[in-house]
Design a protein around this ligand. Structure first.
Ligand code: FMN
Length: 360
């Protein structure tokens, strides 16, 4: 039963929540198998065709990052648009700088049982448990669909796993696709070999994972950092030592919500990842800290809802951004933010995004 305290789950988010038919767990090592029953939010409702329109390019918005020649700095955030087919019925995906796909493991995963999504005034909480179709279907079906419909749209494949070996195998399989522009390593996953501690909280593991994935990859590698750590700087530096081409910051912050009627946690996995407006100041602070010690590109993510938010992230040290939860509230949030960017740049006297980077 949905808590009386939460806001309604929007239709787009409801699709992402899926049926939640997995076993309790949350670790990347659980409920993963060739036969996992994975609900596919891309396919429902399969009533209309992908939208195509004339997308106007504004050269002032262009950003160039390793592997990613972006017409504008705004990408989807992993997990919030699944593999793109669903949102392609809301707007032309060619409006995006790039699309970042759902974190994908070696085998399909059904994810945690429902409820695994909670909506509140401060944003969203989820415990999806890495619900995904597995890398074979991603490479064989999802990425070819995007390449066929949007040949010029850069595709970033997000990788997850329960061991360094699994990440390396997923990256090696992605290297057989011609349509992946970059990979993003989601290191916020429990390491089954090290007793379930999150892979991304140990500098040695992050360095090794990055090095091995970099060696297995044909395309640039971005490491997506978890904020659930005392100090993020040593982790960012470990990724850089491992050869990361860039960093994505940040993943969700672990939180808890309780239903006062049942006196039980609202999410099936007890805790969940907080996203949306509440995490924006934390993301800005962490990006600012890492930018002070590192020159590699940073893709900022966390609570962005407007073009002004995008500029704030770029001023804090990011080179591009991703938008996640805002699209759960409003499916047209990304095209709106992109369309507003030139207007806000005029307002704040910013001639180009490249200029903004040069003067920070
Ligand atoms: C429903 C949902 C699913 C998510 N799944 C993933 C995922 O599979 N991989 C990942 O790296 N991040 C995932 N995230 C985190 C987002 O990519 C992003 O880092 C975070 O939500 C903060 O950005 P936002 O406030 O714009 O949503 C997910 C977030 C949500 C809300």
């Amino acid at each position: 039963m949905r808590a009386q305290t939460g806001l309604p789950i929007t239709p787009h988010a409801y699709l992402l929540e899926g049926s939640g038919d997995g076993r309790q767990g949350g670790g990347a090592g659980t409920n993963s198998s060739d036969t996992a029953q994975v609900t596919d939010p891309d396919l429902a409702p399969a009533t209309s065709a992908p939208i195509h329109s004339d997308v106007v390019r504004d050269p002032r918005l262009a950003v160039s990052l390793p592997g990613l020649d972006l017409k504008n700095p705004v990408m989807t955030a992993s997990g919030t648009c699944w593999y793109g087919q669903g949102i392609a019925r809301d707007y032309d995906l060619d409006r995006l700088g790039a699309i970042v796909l759902k974190s994908t493991t070696l085998k399909p995963r059904a994810g945690n049982p429902t409820p695994r999504l909670f909506h509140s005034e401060s944003g969203w909480m989820n415990c999806n448990g890495l619900h995904n179709v597995g890398v074979e279907r991603e490479v064989g079906e999802k990425i070819p669909w995007l390449a066929g419909n949007y040949p010029d749209l850069p595709v970033v494949a997000s990788v997850a796993g329960s061991s360094v070996d699994e990440y390396e195998q997923v990256v090696a399989r992605l290297a057989q696709s011609d349509h992946v522009a970059a990979v993003e390593l989601n290191v916020s996953c429990p390491n089954v070999k090290k007793g379930g501690a999150t892979l991304g909280t140990d500098p040695q593991t992050v360095e090794e994972l990055t090095r091995r994935c970099k060696a297995a990859s044909r395309v640039p590698v971005y490491v997506k950092l978890t904020p659930n750590i005392t100090s993020i700087v040593p982790i960012a530096q470990a990724a850089e030592r491992g050869g990361a081409d860039g960093l994505t910051m940040i993943n969700t912050l672990t939180g808890l919500a309780i239903d006062p009627f049942t006196r039980r946690p609202l999410l099936s996995n007890v805790t969940g990842g907080v996203s949306g407006p509440a995490v924006k100041p934390v993301a800005l602070r962490l990006i600012h800290e890492v930018r002070a010690v590192s020159d590699i590109p940073i893709i900022g993510v966390g609570g962005i809802r407007s073009a002004e938010d995008v500029l704030e992230f770029l001023m804090a040290g990011a080179d591009a951004v991703q938008v996640g939860s805002a699209a759960l509230d409003d499916p047209l949030a990304l095209p709106r933010i992109i369309a507003d960017l030139p207007v806000m740049m005029d307002r704040y006297g910013i001639s180009s995004l490249a200029y903004l980077r040069d003067v920070r």
